[in-house]
Design a protein around this ligand. Structure first.
Ligand SMILES: C[S@@+](CC[C@H](N)C(=O)[O-])C[C@H]1O[C@@H](n2cnc3c(N)ncnc32)[C@H](O)[C@@H]1O
Length: 261
């Protein structure tokens, strides 16, 4: 198959960005049978990232696997916010909580050379995938149901935690693109009735793991801000937020840190 045929096949197969996708496939597959097979997989409904074998995230190539959440470009801003906080505080220890393939951990590890970077997920498949990226970018991966199975040495030592939590309200799950929906575990995105079940699960033990000078960063849909703010402040955390188009980054820190008065 030639490049021009790839574009035509992708377009007929329903790919909106056919030319861009063909270009990416050509970076990985040679024209001919290899490209034809790749285009066939894509038009049969596999996510582009699975056909390529990687997702682009914060200028990195993150290895991906079926059943594991595919890193979303929209979460790059959360990863960059984590890098900024790590640099600002000369912070040593970072955790990507609910890491999936480990894209956020990889971003921090690749940009903050001195950081001790950890990543955790409840899914064994995700942990296996994250370990592939961990070997390349240099971080540690733990199988853990939120905080439950983290190494004890991290208690009160995490200077920055970033968590791109499952936060899609149940009734909006069907809005996720079909190729992603078919390939990812629903528990990677399902957030319950208002999308905030994972935040509710994580908040009660946050104080056990965060360092006294630590911060917790998460990203939600902008429409979830007011409910999330009530939850967070109800647990005694000081909340800052930065609104992006449809998303909002929440930045939680313990009361009494410098700058509170
Ligand atoms: C929205 S995905 C984000 C993945 C990754 N941080 C990223 O940005 O690509 C949420 C992740 O949380 C994980 N997760 C869901 N429930 C969990 C739990 N109880 N404990 C730990 N991780 C969990 C899912 O497996 C999934 O990988």
């Amino acid at each position: 198959m030639k490049a021009a045929d790839a574009v035509a096949h992708l377009r007929v197969g329903g790919c909106v960005f056919a030319e861009k996708e063909a270009g990416l496939l050509l970076d990985t597959y040679a024209e001919g049978p290899a490209l034809e097979a790749a285009v066939g997989r894509r038009t049969a409904g596999e996510p582009l990232e699975h056909v390529l074998g990687y997702a682009s995230f914060a200028r990195l190539r993150i290895a991906v696997q079926p059943r594991v959440f595919i890193p979303r470009r929209r979460a790059e801003v959360l990863a960059v916010a984590a890098v900024d906080d790590m640099r600002r505080a000369s912070a040593a220890t970072f955790l990507d909580l609910g890491c999936g393939a480990g894209a956020i951990a990889a971003t921090v590890a690749s940009r903050v050379a001195t950081a001790d970077v950890w990543a955790s997920d409840v899914s064994e498949t995700a942990v296996r995938c994250a370990r592939v990226n961990a070997e390349r970018f240099g971080f540690s991966v733990v199988l853990s149901d939120w905080w439950a199975d983290l190494p004890g040495e991290l208690a009160h030592h995490l200077e920055v935690v970033a968590a791109y939590l499952p936060h899609v309200p149940d009734k909006r799950l069907r809005e996720i693109p079909a190729d992603y929906r078919r390939s990812e575990e629903e528990c990677a995105v399902r957030g319950g009735r208002d999308g905030l079940d994972a935040l509710r699960a994580v908040l009660p033990d946050l104080g056990t793991w965060l360092a006294p000078s630590g911060v917790f960063l998460t990203m939600l849909a902008a429409e979830q801000l007011s409910t999330a703010a009530a939850l967070v402040t109800g647990h005694g955390w000081v909340l800052g937020h930065r609104q992006l188009d449809d998303d909002v980054i929440l930045r939680l820190r313990p009361a009494g840190q410098r700058g509170d008065r």
